[in-house]
Design a protein around this ligand. Structure first.
Ligand SMILES: Nc1nc2c(ncn2[C@@H]2O[C@H](COP(=O)(O)OP(=O)(O)O)[C@@H](O)[C@H]2O)c(=O)[nH]1
Ligand SMILES: [Mg+2]
Length: 458
């Protein structure tokens, strides 16, 4: 694809910084470079992918806008596949805006969000899964999310999809061969077809399974700290985050709002929420706070039930056990720095098989064990080590689910003794669904929607 217009955008975040980068891509990039850049040395040869030192000057040549380093990267060997000019100027928003205005005066159009990546995709420099990986890499909130984004950018997902495509094409070729040469033949008579189909569906399933785990590393694990008033929920939030995030007092019912913060445990972002203590509410505000707890508990990946080890258990504690028993939870007995008022086996019967930890939120004891238990509870370490390519993107998940359902109908039709046209049809559908992931076959409207969620300048 050749674009007719040349686009420009500030690629670095808004605000002040040491350096700011402005990107220009399109057919006029070279001409604009000559117009606005005055090299320090007279013999500037404008070799591709070389940095040159000089000034950016206004169109009339009278004002120096900044002293910069510029590089011209000639297509097709550039990020977008087009000619690109990159200006490294000083990171002042005023300077960057002035240069951008000058570029617009010289004929550039302001780039839309994601337009550089969209051009890279349309020029075959990246497949769609790689372009999307760029956006998730930029937005990643944990080391693992970065690693997954980088692996996809390097083509890991694209290669897995390509290899699945080849398997599908082979299965389709075998099936179609029987349509062409034999009449009244059932698809199940195609040699070796069923084991192939089973292998494909197993690989699709593995990719789909990776979504839950990868989602934890990209979006984080949602943990709600719950329990009756005064057991130390807010103290635990503060100890886990290392900040005075929530107010701690010995007055029951201090926390009324839903207070959230994020920490990182063994590379996993954990979204923590401190909540109002659950009891019979004493006023409207407390009731609203407690209603919010129930709402959020229903959505949480994990609840931490806090109990006060220094006071006897009460009906409020056991009511929480009863209400939460269907959730995924851990029990933390707090205030273990004080003499204990009850024995663990009192709750073993009420919450059989649950993981119970002893902590002191006030003095930080048992906190590392609790952090480990939070991540162990997700069971991710085991799955991570299987070395499967992981998917993190909802669009990819939906496409893979559709492909898996196509493959399931292929199998059902083969087993039911249908003629080969039926599985051939579903195999083609499965191919189309996989092609949506890499963008081999995709609607322009969907493409525009995908790229419009990217940052400007990417
Ligand atoms: N001794 C002791 N006191 C604690 C501990 N954790 C919290 N507290 C005290 O218990 C009271 C209630 O704590 P808070 O965190 O506000 O409880 P919440 O109502 O569950 O949020 C405060 O006086 C805290 O200082 C602990 O581990 N040991
Ligand atoms: Mg509190």
């Amino acid at each position: 694809m050749r674009s007719h217009d040349t686009i420009a955008a500030i690629a670095t975040p808004s605000g002040t910084g040491g350096v700011g980068i402005i990107r220009i891509s399109g057919p006029a990039a070279g001409k604009i470079a000559h117009q606005i850049f005055l090299p320090k040395r007279t013999n500037c040869s404008w070799e591709s992918h070389h940095l040159y030192h000089g000034d950016i000057i206004s169109a009339d040549g009278r004002i120096i806008l900044d002293e910069v380093l510029v590089a011209l990267m000639l297509g097709p060997h550039s990020f977008t596949g087009e000619d690109i000019l990159e200006i490294n100027c000083h990171g002042s928003p005023l300077i960057m805006q002035a240069i951008l205005s000058e570029l617009v005066q010289s004929g550039c159009r302001l780039a839309r969000p994601g337009e550089f990546s969209q051009r890279a995709f349309l020029n075959g420099r990246l497949d769609l899964s790689q372009a999307e990986a760029l956006a998730s890499l930029v937005a990643a909130r944990s080391e693992t999310a970065c690693a997954i984004g980088l692996a996809h950018l390097k083509g890991a997902l694209g290669r897995e999809i390509e290899s699945l495509r080849l398997e599908l094409i082979e299965a389709l070729a075998l099936t179609e061969a029987s349509i062409d040469f034999t009449e009244d033949l059932a698809a199940r008579d195609t040699p070796g077809i069923l084991p192939r189909i089973d292998a494909i569906s197993e690989r699709l399933r593995l990719l789909l399974d990776s979504y839950q785990v990868a989602k934890l590393y990209t979006e984080g694990l949602n943990v709600v700290i719950t329990g009756k008033p005064n057991v130390g929920k807010s103290s635990l939030l503060n100890t886990l985050t290392g900040k005075k995030r929530a107010i701690v007092t010995d007055i029951p019912g201090t926390t009324r709002d839903f207070i959230t913060d994020q920490i990182n445990i063994r590379g996993m972002p954990v979204n923590l929420a401190d909540t109002a203590g659950i009891r019979k509410p004493q006023d409207m505000i407390e009731k609203a706070g407690i209603d919010l707890v129930w709402e959020n508990l229903a959505k949480a990946d994990l609840a931490i039930i806090i109990l006060d080890g220094s006071h006897p258990l009460t009906r409020e504690d056991t009511e929480i056990f009863a209400a939460i028993a269907t959730n995924n939870y851990l029990v933390a007995i707090n205030k273990t720095d004080l003499p204990s008022a009850w024995e663990i086996n009192e709750i073993n019967q009420l919450l059989p098989g649950s993981k119970i930890l002893k902590i002191s939120a006030k003095f930080g004891t048992g906190i590392d064990e609790l952090k480990n238990a939070i991540v162990d509870n997700t069971g991710t370490d085991k799955k991570e080590s299987t070395g499967v390519v992981m998917i993190t993107n909802m669009r990819h998940k939906l496409a893979l689910e559709k492909a898996l359902s196509n493959i399931q109908s292929v199998k059902e039709n083969i087993v039911a003794g249908m003629s080969p046209e039926f599985p051939a049809f579903d195999l083609r559908e499965a191919l189309d669904n996989l092609d949506e992931i890499t963008g081999k076959k995709i609607d322009d409207e969907i493409l525009d929607k995908i790229f419009s969620s990217f940052c400007i300048g990417k």
